[in-house]
Design a protein around this ligand. Structure first.
Ligand SMILES: O=C(O)CCC(=O)C(=O)O
Length: 286
């Protein structure tokens, strides 16, 4: 297994985020870039700043083979090696999303912890954020508070008003000091891994250059994806497909014995199926 180096793992544990030396090769980067273009073109009615679950085929997809491009990257052995380095050998793919901020008008992502929104118990996830474009302060790169994951608790969130934010909840300003924030600067093809408790966000894109990223989310086999769980904020932010979403056992074993790898997949295919289908009503957005 390749994966992260010992010092990269240490950085992840200490800061809650690491940008390793690993980089997607040109072929994978070009495929991903083309897939993002197709995804945005196929969903003209959905704001491109957060297109959720492009790795999942939907019956009403305007570009029906497109999901494969994303799913292949989610299940790429080298990506899984990186994830295994921090969450162990049992890896469940449960979500992905494109955050594409167009030049000039790309909206900000408010300070948040991912775990606020998710039906996972115990709460755990490693997110792999791949830069599709160079991602810098000028075009709204991701920002994070190093070490904010360490207490392993969810900070108080409050409603974030206005239509110029990608999410409508944010960590209460009294909970943290943004002066400690660090920029997650990446060149196209580079990536970073972050912990579910990390406080992070990003500024609007006021530059003339697009900033697109693709994030893939993985649960350790010791955590349960609870389809029944009412996640406080889910309806608040419009996420309505948690119950029916297909998940994949990407590697290893489901240690909980309770994760459901069939819902959302066609009935005749097994848990490692590469095909899945959601009801036509499942949104590609939050
Ligand atoms: O792309 C961004 O600016 C934010 C990404 C994010 O919040 C995430 O990947 O969890």
């Amino acid at each position: 297994m390749a994966g992260l180096t010992a010092s990269e793992i240490e950085t992840y544990r200490r800061d809650g985020l690491v940008a390793p030396s690993f980089r997607l090769d040109e072929t994978r980067l070009e495929r991903l870039g083309a897939a993002v273009e197709r995804l945005v073109a196929a969903n003209p009615d959905v704001p491109p700043e957060y297109l959720i679950g492009p790795h999942i085929p939907r019956p009403d997809d305007r570009d029906p083979s497109l999901y494969r491009e994303f799913l292949d990257l989610c299940l790429d052995p080298e990506v899984l090696d990186l994830v295994e380095s921090v969450i162990g050998p049992d890896v469940i793919l449960w979500s992905s999303g494109v955050f594409c901020k167009p030049p000039g008008v790309g909206r900000a992502v408010p300070w948040h912890q991912d775990g606020q929104y998710w039906p996972l118990r115990p709460l755990a996830t490693c997110s792999v954020w791949v830069a599709v474009d160079d991602s810098r302060p000028e075009n709204g790169c991701m920002r994070y508070l190093p070490g904010s994951h360490a207490a392993r608790r969810l900070y108080r969130h409050e409603h974030a008003g206005g239509g110029d934010l990608v999410l409508n909840r944010q960590v209460s300003p009294s909970e943290f000091d943004p002066a400690c924030a660090r920029d997650d600067v990446l060149r196209a093809g580079e990536l970073s891994l972050h912990d579910v408790y990390l406080v992070h966000g990003s500024n609007p894109n006021r530059s003339g250059r697009r900033r697109a990223g693709y994030v893939m989310r993985y649960l350790p086999g010791t955590s349960f994806y609870d389809r029944e769980m009412e996640v406080g904020q889910s309806s608040d932010i419009g996420v309505s497909d948690f119950a029916m979403r297909p998940i994949w056992l990407a590697r290893g074993v489901d240690r909980t014995g309770r994760n459901d790898f069939r819902t959302g997949h066609p009935p005749c295919e097994g848990p490692r199926s590469s095909r899945a289908s959601l009801p036509a009503s499942a949104p590609l957005r939050c």
